[in-house]
Every structure is written in structure tokens, then in C-alpha cells.
Design a protein around this ligand. Structure first.
Ligand code: GAR
Length: 208
């Protein structure tokens, strides 16, 4: 069984997609051990609760300094003996020590086709605003391993989504979630759970 911890900050629709994919057998050999949010009001915590999954808030705001927050987060993740950490709409900058400790065992979903519309400052709705501003015809989503950079780690899965005339950022965000994010995140986790992924020279090889 792949022991997974999910880090969230908001609505948790990607978390829900993972929960549903485990329930329906799209993801096999996988168990969510814990859901952690930096935001006490994240609806993602309620989703975890509704599904009987351990869930807690670890917020930087409740610690004296960042070091103490980092330590608490790492300790909690270590305690759960996780094989994989999934960032599902997690808006917290992870401690470098965590990234080094869990090398190629942390994945993130980004709401664009990396290397477009990614990097510092590109998160959430803002990504879709920039996509619309530039007028590209195709956007999408990417699941990648997390390294020390922002959205620079090895790419596991991508899916393209059409941008339509008249889209608002909200409309486009919803289409990207429905057509891409909620599909490629479960797909990527299932590959990892079934040992189908190798990282070679910073690139992901999928062995089907
Ligand atoms: C998702 O669109 C995800 O791709 C994005 O935040 C949203 C979270 O939604 N993540 C980033 O922008 C990371 N850079 P959710 O809480 O409903 O899953």
C-alpha cells in the first residue's frame, strides 16, 4: 500500500478527485493517511473529515517563526511514514529540508502546461488570468515531482485543454480542473502506487 499524505490550502476538489479515484478503483494500492492544511477554514479539511481521513491544520501563523512551522510540518509527515506527499492546491512554500528528505516522493499539480504560465507568482486563478491575457488557444494542467525550484521538477503527466473565446478566469479554471486536473492527478498517483515510474536524468520514464 502506498501511504499518501495530502497537503491542501483551499477547496480541495483535487483531494476529492483522489478520494473518489481510490474508491472507484482508478487508483489502486493506495491509502490516504492524512490531510494537512495551512488554512484552518479550508473546505478540503471537511472533505477529509467526511471521508473519515485524519485531518489537521498546521498554520505558519500559529508558530513564532518559520523554522518552528517547518519542523512541525516535517515531524507530522515523518510520523505518518509516508511514501508520497501530494500537493493538491497547496499554497505553502515547502521547507528545503522536506524537499531533500522526500526527493521524488512529493508531487504537485499545476493548472497550466509547464513550462508556460508557471514559476513564482503563478498559482490558482492568477494562472488562468495570465493565460487569457496572452490569448493562447491551448492551456492545461501538469503533475510534476517537486524540487527546489518553483514548478521546475520532473514532469509526470500533462493534459491539454482548449481556451474558448469569452472565457473568464473562473470558467477556464473549471474546465481545466474537470478536463485535466481531476484526471491526471489520479493517473499519476496510480502510476507511482504501481511502481510504473522512473526518474532518469531529471525526466520521467513511464513503464506501462
Ligand atoms: C488547483 O487548480 C491547482 O491546480 C492549483 O490550485 C487549485 C486548487 O484547487 N494549484 C496551484 O496553483 C499550485 N501552483 P482545489 O483546492 O479545489 O484542489
Amino acid at each position: 500500500m502506498l501511504r499518501v499524505g495530502v497537503l491542501v490550502s483551499g477547496g480541495g476538489t483535487n483531494l476529492q478527485a483522489i478520494i473518489d479515484a481510490i474508491d472507484s478503483g482508478i487508483i489502486t494500492n493506495t491509502e490516504i493517511e492524512i490531510v494537512i492544511s495551512n488554512n484552518p477554514n479550508a473546505y478540503a479539511l471537511t472533505r477529509a473529515q467526511n471521508h473519515g481521513i485524519e485531518n489537521i491544520c498546521i498554520s505558519p501563523k500559529t508558530f513564532e517563526n518559520r523554522e518552528q512551522f517547518n519542523e512541525a510540518l516535517i515531524n507530522k509527515l515523518d510520523e505518518k511514514k509516508l511514501d508520497l506527499i501530494v500537493l493538491a492546491g497547496c499554497m505553502v512554500v515547502l521547507p528545503a529540508a522536506l524537499i531533500a528528505k522526500y526527493r521524488n516522493r512529493i508531487i504537485n499539480i499545476h493548472p497550466a502546461l509547464i513550462p508556460s504560465f508557471c514559476g513564482k507568482g503563478y498559482y490558482g486563478l492568477h494562472v488562468h488570468e495570465e493565460v487569457l491575457k496572452r490569448g493562447v488557444k491551448i492551456t492545461g494542467a501538469t503533475v510534476h515531482f517537486v524540487d527546489e525550484g518553483t514548478d521546475t521538477g520532473p514532469i509526470i503527466a500533462q493534459k491539454a485543454v482548449e481556451v474558448k473565446w469569452g472565457d473568464t478566469p473562473e470558467v477556464l479554471q473549471k474546465r481545466v480542473m474537470e478536463e485535466a486536473e481531476w484526471k491526471i492527478m489520479p493517473y499519476a498517483i496510480n502510476l507511482i502506487a504501481n511502481n510504473k515510474i522512473e526518474v532518469i536524468d531529471g525526466k520521467v520514464k513511464i513503464n506501462q
